[in-house]
Design a protein around this ligand. Structure first.
Ligand code: FES
Length: 153
């Protein structure tokens, strides 16, 4: 027995199902494409940040602090009485935030035991690359350095 549904009605149902399927695919694909494509307006870039005073008590207590350099975390550490160093605080292994072990004079990542020396070089553990170095300038107030300014190296 042949179908009794007239052709225009069948065509309408096929069109409706096809359109629904197309809308479903578009609603899944469009957000993926928007997420993967870069933004039209590039993020503002930061070239230097003021990182506080050299007399900050955190340096005598922990020997370091994490500062924000735009959207990037940067570890600022006191390497000696007169020298500060700054590196990207993002571990080059799997992006954990590193810390400073003052007693061992090394930068350490707690996630998997990655270790860096005071030049940011990866010396132990899984990190595949050195940390990105930043430039540290001490701005004098009178005859003594007072402010720390971190800039891109
Ligand atoms: S994320 Fe730092 S060692 Fe794995």
């Amino acid at each position: 027995m042949e179908s009794t549904v007239p052709v225009p009605r069948r065509r309408f149902i096929n069109w409706l199902l096809g359109g629904t399927f197309g809308a479903l695919v578009a609603s899944v694909i469009y957000p993926i494409i928007r997420f993967a494509s870069p933004p039209r307006i590039p993020e503002a870039t930061t070239n230097q940040v003021e990182a506080g005073d050299v007399s900050d008590p955190v340096f005598s207590a922990k020997g370091f602090k994490i500062i924000r350099f735009g959207a990037e975390p940067v570890i600022l550490l006191k390497a000696s009485e007169t020298e500060f160093r700054a590196f990207s605080a993002t571990c080059t292994h799997l992006d954990c935030i590193v810390g400073y072990q003052k007693d061992r004079s090394q930068i350490f990542c707690n996630c998997h035991g990655g270790t860096y020396d005071l030049n940011g070089r990866n010396i132990a553990g899984p990190p595949p690359r050195p940390l990105i170095a930043y430039k540290v300038n001490l701005i004098a107030k009178g005859s003594e350095p007072a402010k720390i300014v971190v800039s891109r190296a």
